[in-house]
Design a protein around this ligand. Structure first.
Ligand code: AQP
Length: 333
């Protein structure tokens, strides 16, 4: 049987170069050809922090459009919006009855984000604590074997495995046990203004973030202004020279050349930045062009999402029904 892959993108901001290099590109180039793959705009996950309903709706459509623009082909894979398929929320509750309060409070993302929210005087939504369980439901509902994610998400995939094993042991074999996979380069694209933190689409200041839909001159400006490290030589040392290493990794991801080898090619930061900017623009050009075409035909995107949700529902329902029976709920008949 062909292996199954599930992955998703949260509509919490405009998609970034990090999303493309760390996730989307591999979905397009490898996963959709090698597996029975599902890719979702995981909109329920965008509701765990303060949000604007109209913006989430807009970003969900934009994310789906960009996923198609980047090359996901509905003839090869299933593209859908998470909230269009009830099975995610249905299964999430069952897994909440499998997970413990302690293991969710240990999640790094919860710790970091709840501290940040409290510091900003905001209350912490309960869903910020429980969303890794919803993520487990996203994955387990489809019997995914592999979950391609950036390294920030590996702890959640570990939790998913633990929940699946625990459920299977207690109630009988129901779920396939998935594993996280990561791309070889650019597993973590860093913010150009703060190369010790990830380039994240929900981050406030956009100066260090390349959005896939940024205009060419904006991309150039952001890269030319990227923070580099003290020193003059272009060397690849991610630990001590994170700014230059980040640029080299981005250039490497665009050109396919090794970052260490690329470091030897450049004598100045300026030249490295210039080539990196041009390589990024070259990479993004076809996506931007296709995006413009798709925006002009919203009916097509709607139709892809409608069919995708139908297919996803059919795939998820038998497993979620089996989990309901196994845990002791009376079938509806
Ligand atoms: N900087 C990155 N480098 C490599 N991969 C990345 N991903 C995200 N940022 C980078 C990967 O893209 C996929 C979808 O990401 P997401 O929507 O779950 O997370 P995000 O873009 O990081 O969005 P947020 O809202 O800004 O997230 P938080 O608040 O969690 O930091 C994933 O496979 C992700 O690993």
């Amino acid at each position: 049987m062909m292996k199954r892959i599930f992955s998703g993108i949260k509509p919490t901001g405009h998609l970034t170069l990090g999303n493309y290099l760390g996730a989307l590109r591999r979905w397009v180039e490898a996963d959709q050809h090698q597996a029975d793959a599902l890719f979702s705009v995981v909109d329920l996950h965008a509701l765990t922090v303060d949000h604007d309903p109209a913006r989430v709706r807009r970003l969900s459509r934009q994310a789906a459009t960009l996923m198609l623009a980047a090359g996901l082909d509905p003839a090869l894979c299933t593209v859908f919006v998470q909230s269009h398929v009830d099975e995610h929320a249905r299964l999430s509750y069952i897994l909440e009855c499998t997970a413990t309060d302690g293991e969710l409070r240990r999640m790094i993302q919860y710790k970091e984000k709840s501290v940040r929210a409290r510091a900003a005087g905001q209350s912490v939504r309960l869903s910020l604590l429980t969303y890794p369980v919803l993520m487990a439901a996203d994955i387990l509902a489809y019997g995914a074997d592999e979950v391609p994610v950036g390294e920030d998400q590996t702890q959640h995939v570990e939790l998913t495995r633990d929940l699946a094993v625990r459920f299977n042991q207690r109630y009988g074999h129901t779920f396939r046990i998935p594993r996280a996979t990561q791309p070889p380069v650019a597993a973590r694209v860093m913010d150009l203004q703060d190369p010790t933190s990830k380039m994240g689409k929900s981050h406030e200041s956009g100066a260090g973030i390349i959005y896939l839909l940024d205009e060419a001159d904006v991309v150039r400006k952001k890269i030319m202004r990227a923070v580099t490290d003290s020193g003059q030589d272009v060397e690849y040392h991610p630990g001590s020279r994170p700014g230059v290493a980040n640029l080299l990794e981005i250039l490497s991801a665009c050109t396919g050349r090794n970052p260490k080898e690329l470091a030897g090619v450049y004598e100045s930061y300026g030249a490295l930045k210039k080539d990196t900017a041009e390589a990024v623009l070259e990479l993004l050009r076809p996506i931007r062009e296709r995006h413009a075409e798709l925006v002009a035909d919203p009916g097509h995107v709607d139709e892809v999402l409608r069919k995708g949700a139908g297919r996803a529902r059919e795939m998820a329902r038998p497993t979620v029904d089996a989990a309901y029976r196994a845990i002791g709920l009376l079938p509806a008949g």
